[in-house]
Write a protein that binds this ligand. Structure first.
Ligand code: UDP
Length: 337
């Protein structure tokens, strides 16, 4: 089975490409390489450098590689940036996905796994979060993902599109071998920032808010290992290829850790000492985000295997400590036109 992976050179996309290959799928990466890294893609996997809004190139890729299904990661995904540049986010994410869906349907491809996000829930009042709780995103990024979920649902009814939307909580960690991992520019996520501080690449780490209504005053998040996310995509594709219909699933570890707990655990694992500064809250951060993943466990048999905090941080440390410059030290992989 041939799977087009949009955004397949990105963080979660590239880990999913590895998992697809390990599971006997043929992956084809389609990525505009604005943020993605060809070095994150396993050797032998075709990389097509293209934007999802380029319908002609997309149609050619689908035909040339006899695509059966799509895993759709390509998106802009920075919350702060989305508030400053909403037009770019609606264009890239919403118009981009519309172009993708139009092109897929025209080619007769009706199976898609979509990268959604816990940001569709906004600031939930109760935890753990179940899929049928209200979706009231508090930022543009989350709204673009929610619009796409509505689009998928409407297309399912009208055109018979079969989709699985996966709402990720806090993706973290790296391939357990440490050969690929997270490399964003700029980096905004807690665990890579902490590990860069542990490496001496930053002069310490900031805690954004110590006055939240949590046990230690810092935000609680549900960190989920990127390989467990990748495995969920394989299960979702199997669901679709065996005739399964539309589904929406949360993907979280169902365990919450505070910012302080993450920093303390990273210090213990790395043995590094670095300054920690307490700062004001970051706008738009909910106090607690904690998933219920009961639905995907019950329906698809998903079980996270790597999402305890030790394994998440140790795998990320293996990647960062052996690749302090991220993918910059990789030779670019050959690309298809
Ligand atoms: N955070 C922090 N310092 C940082 C970066 C993040 O205290 O330098 C906090 C952030 O406020 C949030 C948690 O760490 O509570 C996880 O943030 P991240 O940006 O990794 O993911 P998000 O929850 O925003 O998707």
């Amino acid at each position: 089975m041939n799977v087009l992976v949009t955004g397949g050179a990105g963080y979660i996309g590239s880990h999913t490409v590895h998992e697809l290959r390990n599971s006997g799928f043929k992956a084809v990466v389609y990525d505009n390489l604005a943020k993605g890294h060809p070095g994150a893609v396993p050797a032998g996997v075709p990389i097509i450098a293209g934007d999802i809004r380029d319908r002609d190139k997309l149609a050619r890729a689908i035909a040339d590689h006899k695509i059966d299904a799509v895993a759709h990661f390509a998106a802009a995904s920075l919350v702060g940036e989305s508030m400053k540049e909403p037009a770019a986010y609606y264009n890239n994410n919403v118009a981009g996905t519309l172009a993708l869906l139009d092109t897929l349907l025209a080619a007769g491809v009706k199976k898609i796994v979509f990268s959604s996000t816990a940001a569709v829930y906004g600031e939930p009042a109760v935890w753990p979060i179940e899929e049928d709780m209200p979706t009231v995103p508090t930022n543009v990024y989350g709204r673009t993902k929610l619009v796409i979920e509505h689009m998928l649902a409407d297309f399912a009814v009208a055109y018979g599109l079969a989709y699985v939307s996966l709402r990720y909580f806090n993706a973290a960690g790296a391939l357990v071998a440490g050969t690929i991992g997270e490399d964003h520019a700029p980096e905004t996520h807690l665990i890579p920032l902490v590990l860069q501080a542990a490496l001496g690449r930053r002069d310490g780490v900031a805690i954004f808010g110590t006055d939240y209504p949590t046990a230690d005053g810092t935000c609680i998040r549900d960190y989920i290992h990127v390989t467990d996310l990748a495995a969920a995509h394989v299960l979702a594709l199997r669901h679709l290829t065996t005739g399964g219909g539309p589904k929406i699933y949360n993907l979280g570890s169902e365990t919450g850790y505070s910012v302080r707990q993450v920093i303390d655990q990273a210090k213990a694992i790395t043995g590094a000492v670095f300054p920690v500064r307490e700062q004001a809250r970051r706008a738009g951060d909910p106090a607690v985000l904690l998933a219920s993943s009961r639905r995907i466990k019950a329906e698809l048999g998903w079980q996270p295997l790597y999402s305890d905090l030790d394994t998440i941080i140790a795998s990320a440390w293996r990647w960062h400590s052996t690749h302090p410059d991220g993918f910059r030290e990789f030779a670019p992989a050959p690309q298809q036109p």
